[in-house]
Design a protein around this ligand. Structure first.
Ligand code: ZN
Length: 183
């Protein structure tokens, strides 16, 4: 297992619009091993998504997985209100996001590149994502609930946008105070 350093807010790569990948690049050994390293890094963090700019690579590539194990430690009421269900590991490359529902929800959200803080972010409950997978095949994803939130968060990273840009900044809290006062 080879994990990569996750860069933190203030690192310019997080504010740079990432470059699209060609099919040839996606299938190259260097990108295939990068995908594996990003998967390992996301698991080690642990996190439910990781975008390439977060490991210092300005590429339109992100990995996503919400493991059943992660959900076991979350109270059932929170899983229900957030509409959070397991999501299998997958890769999104050169994604195009379409908001499919005008209905939005406000929930606390964190970022591996803003370590130790969370805040409320208003996000659409339903999205469509058209992208390529790790085999450079076109894929269309329809996502709801927490999965839709993860996709919006990761795709924002590919455009140099961080969750604090969309946050109700008065809700910003340390992880410790989130658990103490807001959970
Ligand atoms: Zn993030």
């Amino acid at each position: 297992m080879n994990t990569l350093e996750i860069v933190q807010i203030g690192c310019p790569v997080l504010r740079t619009k990432a470059k699209a990948l060609s099919k040839e690049q996606i299938l190259s050994p260097s990108i295939q091993s990068l995908i594996q390293e990003m998967k390992d890094t996301m698991h080690a963090a642990p996190g439910v998504g990781l975008a390439a700019p977060q490991i210092g690579r300005s590429l339109q590539l992100a990995v996503i997985e919400d493991k059943p194990d992660y959900l076991q430690s979350v109270p059932a009421t929170i899983l229900k209100e957030r509409d959070r269900k397991p999501v299998e590991f997958h890769v999104i490359i050169n994604p195009r996001l379409t908001i499919e529902s005008e209905v939005k929800a406000d929930f606390y959200e964190g970022c591996l590149s803003i370590h130790g803080f969370l805040g409320k972010v208003n996000r659409a409950l339903s999205v469509k994502v058209e992208c390529l997978n790790e085999k450079a095949e076109p894929v269309t994803i329809h996502a709801q609930g927490w999965y839709a939130r993860i996709l919006q968060h990761e795709i924002d990273h590919l455009h140099g946008i961080l969750c604090i840009d969309r946050m109700n900044i008065q809700s910003l809290t340390t992880l410790e105070n989130y658990q103490r006062y807001h959970l």
